[in-house]
Design a protein around this ligand. Structure first.
Ligand code: COA
Length: 165
């Protein structure tokens, strides 16, 4: 109920993350998710997989991010060992949700994972109760490939969802 202008009127810029964004990214993470990480972990991902780590910004404020990593491991969808993109964390501040920002971030990150890092398949874990996120991933072409019991610290199960790039 403040006097801030409606978020819809503000311009959202999507760009690659830089180390200076770290405070803004962590602040979005704290607002949006119960899973947090040490600063070193965030910085390491910007340093190593920064071409696929994107943020959304309004003015100079970070309002969303997607943090991926690249792994070499067993395919979730194909066969044998593959270069896998792993979406470690994604979040959009509440006031900016449901206007396609996560879709744009995920699409940009997957493009970069494929083109810059040679990734063939992308996967992620999501709480089985997280309907908004599950819908988002399904809309982007992900399918549920596995359910992991007690994956989260509070005991909730995770779906593993994957998509061929
Ligand atoms: C999940 C999250 C990232 C989606 O961000 P967003 O920018 O609002 O998503 P988009 O606007 O791109 O939505 C794309 C699609 O996802 C689905 N979706 C998004 N929010 C939804 C909701 N609240 N309820 C149902 N479906 C939803 C819809 O299919 C939507 O398409 P539509 O708007 O045309 O119907 C955001 O809700 C969030 O930050 N949640 C908290 C953090 C989190 O759960 N992260 C994922 C951890 S695995």
């Amino acid at each position: 109920m403040g006097n801030a202008p409606p978020a819809a009127l503000e311009e959202v810029v999507i760009r690659r993350a830089a180390p200076d964004d770290i405070d803004g990214i962590i602040s979005v993470n704290i607002e949006c998710l119960p899973e947090h990480y040490p600063i070193r972990f965030w910085l390491e991902h910007i340093e190593r997989y920064g071409d696929a780590f994107y943020v959304a910004e309004v003015g100079s404020r970070i309002i969303a991010y997607v943090m991926p990593r690249v792994e070499f491991g067993f395919a979730k969808l194909g066969t044998g060992m593959r270069r896998l993109g792993h979406i470690v964390s994604i979040a959009v501040r509440r006031a900016f949700r449901r206007r396609g920002i996560a879709t744009v971030l995920m699409t940009a990150s997957m493009e970069s994972l494929k083109n810059e890092y040679g990734v063939q398949e992308v996967y992620l874990e999501v709480r089985v109760s997280n309907e908004p996120a599950i819908n988002l991933y399904k809309k982007l072409g992900f399918t549920i490939v596995e359910r992991i019991r007690n994956y989260y610290l509070d005991g909730e199960d995770a779906y593993v969802m994957a998509k061929e790039l």
